[in-house]
Design a protein around this ligand. Structure first.
Ligand SMILES: [Fe+2]
Ligand SMILES: [Fe+2]
Length: 335
């Protein structure tokens, strides 16, 4: 390579994380980044021994039901790689310095949420589901419910990776909006209802993180909306519907679209929820879940409307809007 003219600036290959660049003028993003650093917490400050002590006073089915719920949740809080990948893409596309910083903190947040899922499962039913030995039909079906939910998570992951070749980063990050709004609602509700104090604490702290994640999607939305084309606006509408379809498994009931689940899924899921409720683990009833979704949709819808983005029809909740059909390849929502 002796023909390189070193007196010229080098030509960097693109997309690439090099050269490193910094900018310090996006004050709103810097504020959110600072808030993210301030609001960090440690999942090991939760008294897991106390939770194990409570677990030892529950019967087997109740412990299983609580482990089951956390396992379903982990499908959505397995989001460390989702944001780690976003960090890489954010650097490759030289996004704003503070925005990259925020994405980095969300990666760490999601890792913490994933740890909480694992520690909760471990405290209730060590080794569930892969080392779990079911003792009857219900237990076996509950275990399979979890495994098939995770199988759908694997399908989702593939769609997510491909999404980066189809969408611009701001459309993609705006698509997280519904997920973060739903997550905020879920964790706030759970923290108010749980009789297991240490789990309340975990939910409360997680809600703080998810509220901040929502603020991040809001920031991206308000920064990028004016540049969005009509086609991109339509994509965001679609993603709100995709968010509902994907997250409804844990926050409502799984719609027919996307999900490939055993025929007994809902029946067994309801029995598990009732068992967990009986153990003092708060899970909202269907009416409350519907109300939570309506609240989240109104909140997201109000923001989107300001930027000319329409809300999709959610006939399940009696919400009218754009008729949207989402196919498997179009999924990008996440907690
Ligand atoms: Fe999360
Ligand atoms: Fe989140």
């Amino acid at each position: 390579m002796s023909d390189i003219d070193y007196l010229q600036d080098p030509l960097y290959p693109t997309p690439n994380v090099y050269p490193p660049k910094w900018s310090f003028d996006n004050e709103r993003a810097w504020q959110l980044y600072r808030r993210a650093k301030r609001e960090q917490w440690d999942e090991e400050d939760i008294d897991w021994n106390k939770i194990k002590e409570i677990a030892s006073g529950l019967d087997r089915k109740q412990r299983l039901a609580i482990a089951y719920w956390w396992s379903l949740l982990s499908n959505f809080d397995n989001a460390t790689p989702v944001f780690a990948y976003a960090v890489i893409k954010g650097f490759e596309h030289h996004l704003d310095t503070a925005v990259r910083g925020i994405l980095t903190t969300i990666t760490y947040d999601e890792n913490r949420h994933n740890m909480v899922c694992g520690l909760s499962i471990d405290s209730m039913m060590r080794g569930f589901p892969f080392q779990f030995k079911p003792m009857d039909d219900l237990e076996r079906k509950a275990m399979l419910n979890v495994e098939w939910t995770w199988y759908n998570g694997a399908r989702y992951w593939r769609a997510y990776l491909e999404a980066y070749s189809k969408y611009t980063l701001d459309v993609l990050f705006t698509s997280f909006m519904m997920g973060e709004a739903a997550a905020t609602t879920v964790f706030t509700t759970m923290s108010k209802g749980s009789k297991i104090e240490e789990m309340r604490k975990a939910f409360r702290n997680t809600a703080v993180d998810e509220t901040r994640h929502y603020a991040f999607t809001h920031l991206i939305m308000t920064d990028g909306a004016s540049r969005m084309t009509d086609e991109q606006r339509k994509l965001v509408t679609k993603q709100v519907r995709a968010g509902f379809v994907f997250l409804s498994l844990i926050t409502y009931k799984p719609p027919k679209e996307f999900w490939r689940l055993p025929p007994w899924f809902e029946e067994v899921n309801e029995r598990m929820e009732d068992l967990a409720r009986g153990a003092g683990f708060y899970i909202p009833e269907l009416k409350e879940k519907e109300e939570a979704w309506r609240t989240a949709l109104v909140r997201v819808g109000a923001t989107l409307a300001r930027y000319g983005v329409k809300i999709p029809a959610i006939p399940e909740l009696g919400i009218t809007g754009e008729e949207i059909e989402v196919s498997e390849e179009e999924f990008i929502p996440i907690f």
